[in-house]
Write a protein that binds this ligand. Sequence first.
Ligand code: ATP
Length: 379
Amino acid sequence: MARLELDSVTKRFGEGEGSVLAVDDVNIDIADGEFLVLVGPSGCGKSTTLRMIAGLESITDGEIRLAGQRMNEQGPAERDIAMVFQSYALYPHMTVRQNMRFGLEESTDLSEDEMDERVDETAELLDITNLLDRKPGALSGGQQQRVALGRAIVREPKAFLMDEPLSNLDAKLRSQMRTELQQLQNDLDTTTVYVTHDQTEAMTMGDRIAILDGGELQQVATPLEAYHRPANQFVAGFIGDPSMNFVDCAVEDAALVADAFRYPLAESTAAAVADSERATLGIRPEDLSVTADAEAADGHAYAATVEVVEPMGDENVVHLSLADGPDLVATIDGLRQLEDGTDVIVELPENAIHVFDGATGEAVHSRSLEAAELNETRV
Ligand code: ATP
């Protein structure tokens, strides 16, 4: 178990004009026993970051420390870190037991009995004892993934690195393995860095999530902080499904304005954008209220038409177009019937809006939320 520190870590592939800055000055301090998820779109530098931690890629600049020790010059085998990949990379000619023992034989000087004991304990933990004598070809994808995990766990490393380990599994198995992995990580209490492009995995699994874009770290936060207090428009749009609605606006006299759409701002919010010419209004689909009753609406209500309704079962995703205004997506209760083409009133409550600077995308105002609401959920 160990604290893992990424200190101004930078990776540049190649030199000169054609070079690629894959990871740009990334700082993350991962606590002992923490489960940190690195998330971002394809090409954002997640795998490169993980590979630098593993020692599979050299570090151009900055320092990586594990348990306070500089790792930069250490080879992968010397780092006491175990990695689990998307491809399970099991040896097909070896049994599950041999696959799990292999890493131990390479990296420890345990006796034969001690190695067997460790493999048996780990197999029990993962519920694969009955598979120990089979070869990988005779296992399902989920079982193979468990064996790959077992091979990492059996080494009792200081840290686990996982690169999209569940992406080859079908949706149901993936969600089951997600829960299992979390439980396992809780029990083992081993520092873990988990890479995914899937924001649902990030939200549900991480103690904290680190969001990368274009090699740059956008925010490191608990899932709920990232969801409710995104540092910028990129994080706001990346985390959450369906995505947050954005309306690109001009700032005019304490209001955000886009064509016929005019959103008056409270004094404190207006002050935050007073110096900007443009700002983006953000609001999550679940925070919109859709009603047929114009009387119920306050000053932030607009006439809209229902374009398309996507029933998801628990909720309906409603695509709305505002008269001479932006298109918005709202989620409403799954049992509520709304027909395409219906005229409705959509309300954007001011306590739920986010405002992002039009030039930089930085958040200048986040939705209201008691600080206690975020803290309580950490327990
Ligand atoms: P994905 O989810 O698609 O795997 P990623 O976030 O893991 O993406 P990386 O694989 O870390 O992204 O790649 C980051 C950037 O570095 C990309 O622009 C990629 O093209 C570039 N890159 C990665 N490996 C190399 C390499 N060996 N040589 C040159 N460029 C590379």
